[in-house]
Design a protein. Sequence first.
Length: 222
Amino acid sequence: MNFDGHNINLKVDTGSSETYLVYGGWYESVYGRGSCKDLISGCYFCPPTDPCDLDTLLTQRIHKAIYIGGHSVMLVKRKVTLEVGERTVDNLEIGLMVGSTLVERGLQPYAMLGLGLPRLDPTVEAETPLLEHLVSAGEIPHSTISIHVSKLSRGLSGQLVLGETMPQSQDTTLLPLQEASYYEDTLDVVVSAVEVRTSSSSSPMMELPEVDINMGIDTGAD
């Protein structure tokens, strides 16, 4: 994706609604001038028509995003222009990373494309998800995501499609998602019976014929 003229490689996270870029001014303040060329995701720098620097960004309200893996990132809001293919989306509000605990462990920070549902807790102020921005701008008709996989090995290759209308047939069953009571920021569905077998295992299928089983949704595991 291209943000204000910078091509950025984003990690896709369907478990979070946070979308942010690595601000080059911060990254090069840690690793030195020109170090952005070695960052896998690439860095974002504010355009000459709307300049910024690290000092002015740090005067803004800083939002801290904490992940289950134990690391956290510090973000400030920024309005950018997004170009995807032949489409241009102006005034798209996303986060700029101005701090990350990953660098304390000698690991590269990365830009994130958060495609998960927003937090359901009304007492917690949440950022507007990217999908909602795109729907409001009329760029996509629905806040849906689809991953069309062309190759599956260690990871997967394919095409990420945003806003696609979900095909339905007589055999389609829709299960409503709800916030899980047993784990924060987790969604689940309620089912009455489950048959379980992982695609990476040759073990026989297990049947769980119970009533009202809460099944957590994890799009990052089989």
